[in-house]
Design a protein around this ligand. Sequence first.
Ligand code: NDP
Length: 332
Amino acid sequence: NHQIRLAARPVGLPKDSDWQRTEEPARPPSEGEVLVQTLYLSLDPAMRGWMNEGKSYIPPVGLGEVMRAGGIGRVVASAAPAFAVGDHVSGALGVQEYATLSAKALTKVDPALSPLPVHLSALGMPGMTAYFGLLDVGQPKPGDTVVVSAGTGAVGAVVGQIAKIKGCRTVAIAGGPEKCRYAVETLGYDAAIDYKAGDIRKDLRTHCPNGVDVYFDNVGGDILEAVLAQLARKARIVVCGAISQYNNTTAVKGPANYLSLLVNRARMEGMVVFDYADRYPQAVADIAGWIKEGRLVSREDIVEGGVAAFPDTLLKLFTGENFGKLALKVAD
Ligand code: NDP
């Protein structure tokens, strides 16, 4: 069982010496446990936060521990009545080829509903984040202008498409012409802003002439600052993530222009997807329905190479090299 463990707390971007590669036999399941073979691992920006010491919404990964990761796997041995050999499951498998976990920590996934990687994407944690972050926190109304940063990413792409389904005007912010084209042509955004190319403040004024009613923020930093300058009255900012800040070696850069919230009677609210766990079935049903009707696409960026490729592949999230939900293929 190949594993990747956290060896050191990174400063800035994680480097190879922050990881330790280990090999040990998989542990057979005890009563109530299941042995799962990892098929796909989800690579998430949040992983960078889990590597840091300090208080967050979830404890950090301990030094020497297998790196935490969500994944999809196949049951290869079961000592729990709820799971049979051959079942497909999702759960916190960790960056390893086999995981022995309590049956309570696993959820069955139906490979007939959609291909397995989609269960890590629009039907998985990113899709849940998009659904509840937009609908519960963002509260979009038909005709609202909804701006989404990292607008073609795993979360952002689903946000943009749901906002469109709900009758909003949608604007993506993304890096590079290829992602911007995809945003408009495939994801149905009304406009896309390439933050690497132009003057984002000017582009926001052009594409959001009546201001931004909902800003779904995946990025933080300078882009958040630019959107604050273009808020509509009663705007809602969903603080989903701040990927531009995760590898900072200095303090997180907060918005200097927060008084725009005062002037515009706006609000900014954080969300953590796990708070909505009891409502996931409704979101899965809605998103699966939209996929079936051809109104929502899920795009995955699957990297081959097994757990050994984890350290390098994770970095793609921070350079924008991923195009869609980043996942690592570990086995067939
Ligand atoms: P994505 O698939 O969107 O991948 C990350 C993308 O972020 C990159 O492709 C890149 O897109 C963009 N990016 C990276 N660095 C920068 C930067 N410095 N400035 C601007 N854009 C940058 O990842 P996810 O969809 O998985 O995650 C998106 C966000 O959602 C993250 O902030 C994550 O932490 C957050 N999240 C929050 C959850 C919650 O419960 N609150 C749950 C899940 C995710 P581009 O090429 O367009 O620049």
